[in-house]
Design a protein. Structure first.
Ligand SMILES: NC(=O)c1ccc[n+]([C@@H]2O[C@H](COP(=O)([O-])OP(=O)(O)OC[C@H]3O[C@@H](n4cnc5c(N)ncnc54)[C@H](O)[C@@H]3O)[C@@H](O)[C@H]2O)c1
Length: 256
């Protein structure tokens, strides 16, 4: 049995990860932590523990993997606690600053295996590959990234859109990213970035390549957070057998 601990256990993603875990024959939830709802039942055997107890909970329950869907400061702290306890990681949280990513990388490397991905859906991982192909073939086209999410999302642009920018930069060079436009703003050599926040949109991403007389749009829409939760479970199963190091979802689905 793969022993799984979860941080952000009572959040939107955490709740779905628990549902999805309960369907797996080879996985057991051994601990769930959050800053809210201490003592709330999460499964038949596990109740929510307070996030402040993470180190003792990890050492008592001895999980094989910690899945984190929280927020950036919390996630960095959770990653440090997991690496101290030799627990592998699946990190779904988005919105990290550069120095936070660096802190996590330093703690993980040579210690445990971790899958870090701003998007665990299988479809988005193919979407990223299609964008690389389009960028390679449409180098002179204008590129705009448009993403839409629910009105509770804390970070913008989305981690998935930022990953799109990194893919585009591999082909287009270190091109400027212009977020939204207002007033006098004639388009230069840039990537336009637009973040919509409205209602309960789960996650839409469009990358638009426009040239003379034509345009190509590559679009992914997540209909349900289940797409992310089931991807995170796949990543958890995969990471417990991986060598130490940092991996992406492309490694998990074998599409690199
Ligand atoms: N990688 C992906 O595929 C993917 C998909 C969806 C969301 N996300 C990201 O996952 C994160 C969570 O998203 P959500 O929609 O579930 O948010 P949410 O706000 O519904 O849930 C976050 C949960 O984390 C808890 N929390 C905060 N600090 C904590 C701590 N120190 N320890 C434990 N729990 C703590 C909160 O109380 C809350 O219950 C966000 O960064 C979001 O962008 C990633």
């Amino acid at each position: 049995m793969i022993r799984v601990a979860l941080t952000g256990a009572l959040g939107r993603m955490g709740t779905l990860v628990i549902q999805e875990l309960s369907k797996q024959n080879d996985m057991d939830l051994v601990a769930g932590l959050d800053i809210i709802g201490e003592g709330k039942p999460l499964s038949r055997d596990v109740t929510a523990a307070h996030a402040s107890k993470i180190k003792e909970i990890l050492s008592q329950t001895n999980p094989d993997v910690l899945i984190d869907f929280t927020e950036p400061n919390a996630a960095v702290n959770n990653v440090l606690s997991a690496t101290e306890n030799d627990v592998n990681l699946v990190v779904g949280t988005t919105g990290f600053k550069r120095d936070q990513l660096e802190t996590m990388r330093n703690a993980i490397n040579g210690k445990v295996a971790a899958v870090i991905s701003p998007n665990f859906s299988v479809g988005v991982n193919v979407f990223w590959k299609l964008i690389a192909l389009a960028a390679e073939n449409l180098k002179d086209f204008d590129v705009e990234v448009i993403e839409a999410h629910h009105n509770q999302k804390k970070d913008a642009p989305s981690g998935t859109a930022l990953a799109v920018v990194e893919i585009l930069k591999k082909t287009l060079g270190d091109i400027e990213v212009v977020s939204g436009r207002d007033g006098s703003c004639l388009r230069g050599k840039e990537i336009g970035m637009h973040a919509i926040r409205a209602g309960d949109i789960v996650g839409d991403h469009i990358v638009l390549f426009a040239g003379p007389g034509e345009r190509l749009e590559i679009k992914h829409q997540a209909h349900s957070r289940m797409a992310f939760a089931s991807g995170a479970i796949k990543a958890a199963r995969w990471v417990v057998g991986a060598r130490t190091g940092i991996y992406s979802m492309a490694d998990v689905i074998g599409s690199r």
